[in-house]
Each structure stands twice: as C-alpha cells, then as structure tokens.
Design a protein around this ligand. Structure first.
Ligand SMILES: [Zn+2]
Length: 86
C-alpha cells in the first residue's frame, strides 16, 4: 500500500518535472521588438512634420531648424534673409 503510494508520488513528481521541462523549453513569444524612435521635427516652411533622421537641417541664429526638402530649406533661408535685411 505504501509502496503503491510512493510509486504514484514518483509518477506525479516526474510527470510534473517533464511538464515543466516542456514548458521551460518553449520559446517565449517575443515582446514587440524595439523600433528606433522616430522623432518628428517641424518644417517651418511648409508646416509639415518630418522624421529627424531624414530631415534637412540648418543652423539659424543658434537654433537647429529642420526641413522636409532642400527646396524648403532654401526658401526658408531666403525668407529669413529678407526678414533680417528688411
Ligand atoms: Zn517642407
């Protein structure tokens, strides 16, 4: 009787171990991979937002100004020039 119980206990023990081993080996679903943070910057010329990495940039009066295209940068600088000289 006691031996029977011991055998059952052993089976339960090994069963539990095997079950845990299977669970432990299971590849975990990956947490959403980190995406590089894309910071949007404001284009004061055409009033749009562009990702900082791909933005045209120029230093104006000690401040970095971003643009969506070289055309916008040119236009903005021209405008700024007119404002400062006028
Ligand atoms: Zn623009």
């Amino acid at each position: 009787m006691v031996i029977k119980l011991a055998i059952i206990a052993l089976f339960v023990y090994f069963g539990w171990k095997a079950w845990h081993a299977v669970l432990g080996d299971r590849p975990r679903p990956r947490v959403a991979e980190r995406k590089p943070v894309r910071q949007l910057v404001h284009d004061p010329q055409c009033n749009t937002y562009v990702p900082e990495q791909s933005a045209e940039r120029v230093m104006v009066r000690g401040e970095m100004v971003y643009f969506c295209s070289p055309e916008c940068r040119k236009a903005y600088l021209k405008r700024i020039e007119g404002e400062t000289t006028a």
